[in-house]
Design a protein around this ligand. Structure first.
Ligand SMILES: N[C@@H](CCC(=O)N[C@@H](CS)C(=O)NCC(=O)O)C(=O)O
Length: 250
């Protein structure tokens, strides 16, 4: 039976899970949906509201962190160090809880008003959802704005959180190490790069191909500034060097 990853394709938590599955050589199919339409797939699978969800036969894995642990079990040590994993897992947890919501809010704030993004956000979703987007867009936008507190005050709070996460990552890398927990790529690095994608727009991202000119000028300047920081350069390097797929094993 095919392993399935239910996603909102452009979601950065979904990219976090996708990267882990690719990195661990898992054979899977992606079942992508637009926000709100995804509830049909998640509830049908037995999960709740959020994606990513992994379905492997009778096994249901409902969170990107658990999906990474599931993938790593298939190739132990690929992402979660076999000994001394605490640091990497603590960094993942912290980024998931604070950094991820901040970069998502920041990206949505600037992109939601721009209908030119529709072509990108509908990549990899069923044709009928794409057709209905014209009708569902206003509802989805107001739902997202309310649910995720996407407003000027919220986006400024998020910008500060992103700044402080970038500063912290820059500080950690300050001793010359190549990765967040030392000399090898782990779940901590993957999580930072995947969750930073909405504010850095890495060219190697397999789905989220938002061109910088879709953003208003003030946001473009900010993206360029973040890209030049040590943390920004680090995440872009991870996408260039580490966003690799191993040959798939069923
Ligand atoms: N902690 C979860 C967060 C996932 C998450 O927030 N997913 C968002 C998409 S970026 C979602 O499904 N939102 C839909 C909703 O909450 O209704 C994980 O790491 O998987």
């Amino acid at each position: 039976m095919t392993t399935k990853l239910i996603t909102i394709p452009f979601s950065h938590y979904c990219e976090k899970a996708r990267w882990a599955l690719d990195r661990c050589g898992v054979d899977y199919e992606e079942d992508g949906h637009l926000p709100m339409f995804h509830y049909l797939a998640t509830y049908r699978s037995g999960a709740k509201r959020t994606v990513p969800v992994l379905v492997d036969g009778k096994t249901l894995v409902r969170d990107s962190t658990d999906i990474i642990a599931w993938a790593d079990k298939r190739r132990p040590g690929s992402l979660i160090p076999i000994a001394g994993a605490e640091d990497a897992l603590a960094i993942e947890d912290d980024l998931d809880n604070h950094f991820g919501p901040a970069t998502r809010r920041w990206g949505y704030y600037y992109l939601l008003p721009n209908k030119a993004t529709d072509k990108i956000i509908t990549a990899g979703v069923p044709g009928w959802e794409r057709t209905l987007l014209k009708l569902s867009r206003p509802l989805a936008v107001s739902f997202l704005k309310r649910g995720l507190k996407i407003d000027a005050a919220g986006v400024e709070r998020s910008r500060k959180k992103i700044e402080s996460a970038f500063a912290r990552v820059g500080e950690i890398l300050g001793d010359g190490r190549r990765y967040l927990t030392g000399e090898r790529f782990t779940v901590a690095d993957l999580t930072f790069a995947a969750l930073a994608a909405p504010v850095l727009l890495p060219p190697e991202h397999p789905v989220q191909q938002f061109a910088v000119d879709l953003f208003p000028q003030e946001a473009r300047d900010q993206i360029e500034a973040w890209r030049r920081t040590p943390a920004g350069r680090f995440a872009l390097r991870l996408y260039a060097d580490e966003r690799v797929s191993l040959p798939r094993a069923a």
